[in-house]
Design a protein around this ligand. Structure first.
Ligand SMILES: [Zn+2]
Length: 196
């Protein structure tokens, strides 16, 4: 698959990154987004502000983690994306954010969706991975284990990850996760009403 044929997916990843910035899920160049196309991964580059990210700046990797020659440097968190695609043939998109409320929940080590809508989309409890150094295979494997067959996970002391067959789905889950974390922050634990 050549660089030209990946263009629609590079456009999709750039659009998703700009949407993340518009929605406040990320600031400047934090977090990262990718899509799998056959045996290739197109992923946001390292250190480029997302608000003005263009398709030609999107980096390309293969599933072994080898970057395409002459392309942009991939996000420093590329191992996380490679590990999730290797572990899950059913997913084609990965969204990783440092959105504030979800990251706060990841630091507390707990996110319990409270509203009915959040429970429908996120389940009864969002898994939290073990802590590991950013950008490491250790972190990638820890998140992969936490995610299991699910589509959302928090990364201890770091942020959040959502996955899906389609980018819109992974992005929507990132929005719902942040909203659920904000709701949890706003409702003191002693006031939570479960199963109402
Ligand atoms: Zn991160």
């Amino acid at each position: 698959m050549n660089r030209q044929s990946l263009r629609p997916w590079r456009k999709g990843v750039a659009r998703a990154a700009r949407t993340m910035a518009e929605l406040g899920l990320t600031h400047w160049s934090s977090g990262n987004v990718s899509a799998r196309v056959g045996d290739k991964i197109v992923i946001t580059p390292s250190g480029v502000p997302y608000a003005r990210l263009q398709p030609r700046q999107i980096a390309t990797l293969d599933l072994a983690g080898e970057a395409a020659a002459g392309a942009s440097l991939p996000s420093s968190e590329w191992r996380l994306h490679v590990a999730l695609y290797r572990a899950r043939e059913d997913i084609a998109c990965v969204v990783h954010t440092h959105s504030p409320a979800a990251t706060a929940a990841a630091c507390r080590g707990e996110l319990i969706p409270v509203t009915h809508e959040a429970q429908i989309f996120l389940g009864e409890r969002v898994p939290v991975s073990d802590s590991a150094p950013p950008g490491s295979w250790e972190l990638a494997q820890a998140v992969s284990r936490s995610l299991g067959d699910g589509c959302v996970a928090l990364i201890a002391n770091h942020g959040a990850v959502t996955v899906g067959e389609r980018m819109e789905r992974a992005l929507a889950l990132a929005v719902l996760l942040e909203e659920a974390a904000r709701t949890q922050q706003a409702v003191p634990g002693s006031c939570l009403k479960r199963g109402a």
